[in-house]
Design a protein around this ligand. Sequence first.
Ligand code: TYD
Ligand code: MG
Length: 466
Amino acid sequence: MAKPKSTFFCTDCGHETSGWLGKCPGCGSWNTMQESLKTDSTSKSGKRGTWVASDDEGAKPVGRRIVTMESIETGTTMRQPSKISELDRVLGGGFVQGSLVLIGGDPGIGKSTLLLQVAGQWPSDGMVLYITGEESLQQIRMRADRISIDSKSLRLLAATDFTTLAAAIKETKPDITIIDSVQTMYVEELSAAPGSVSQVREVTAGLLRLAKQLQTTIVLVGHVTKDGSIAGPRVLEHMVDTVLYFEGENLENYRMLRAVKNRFGATDELGVFEMTERGLISVDNASMALLAGRPQNVAGSVITACMEGTRPLLLEIQALVNETSGNFALRMAQGYDRNRLNMLLAAAEKHLGIGFQNYDTYINVIGGLKINETAADLAMLAAVLSSVNDKPTRDKTLICGEIGLTGEIRSVAQADKRAMEASRMGMKSIILPSGNKRQLEGVSLPDKFEIYFVDKLQEAIDIIFS
Ligand code: TYD
Ligand code: MG
């Protein structure tokens, strides 16, 4: 008998290799490669092909299944809004009928809570099936009571084997099925343990087929695991239609929901929630939440605006610059690229004549957010200079601009939206690159809101500290 073929997957990033390795070549994690049997071997039923992926239409001649582009009906994608505004924003308007959605995140971040709230808001003439493999029905009832969910459309089932949950979905034909969590579900035909790479992939493949066949929406919960003992959601990302991740370890009560893949909408949208005693609440005014408790008029704190999808967010950047006590200068950046920080410090040295070789530099983006935009360059450098000179930046002034290596300030995307958000949040002025002048023409901003356009780094710094 032929030896069953196996491949190895990294439980962290999903990287696939043909042999076992101690270190994942994809993400560099140690001890995360896990064996997964290739399912193209003969299954228990004696049929070739994986039992879930086997195609019912296999018997038809292939020629009849090839179609022209025009003959494909486009139809309309049916969306059901979840009525949770921040979730709908991230989904692109709501759950698409027949789609498979994966919600990942650390244990305890609020995945089950959010999905129970989705069930609570569902139209009463529809049906939500909540399949739990993790908590008992009593536990879910207690949570539902706590967050006052009294849904007529919610049906619950405690199950972990695929055959049972597939039968339940087929029998009850719900609008949406919630599987909490994919790591507890298993396919009996596979000998691997629940939560292993083979199991989570097989379960997901089966659910994908069900979702498409029955045109029902299925939401999978996937825990992000640090120790790699069970497979994380990363190994499933390519199989599902939409991937949302919950973030917010160091955000106290704020939780961010980000779409990293969305076949039915934009991927750069960010939803902001607050975890309260009564569940997750959508935060419409995210800038306000992020700026709450900000120190006023202190050195080393600067406000900038970053685009998160279609929405500008005001963020506080803090810098701390101290004389080095060791032999070499430390540079640390939380929520920002350290290489970019090094580049900005080099630009400051060249164009402003300020050297940082004898200073330790620390950067922190408040709220646990990560800045990936070059538009925050000028604000970042302003925070550093403010700390080193122990001088606050201009009062209530938002700073935006990319710094070029020749000391020029380069334009940023969507400057108009950033300026409008600054004014809405009570800022008095904004510093923007001259390249954005045209974009700001015709934008209605209060008369007393000042815009300073700058070309060169020195010119910008003069205004920031005037
Ligand atoms: P949960 O949804 O169970 O997390 P996950 O499914 O992602 O593992 O969230 C659990 C956490 O949320 C727990 O630490 C308690 C907290 N929580 C609240 O603060 N308020 C609430 O109303 C609820 C239901 C949970
Ligand atoms: Mg949970």
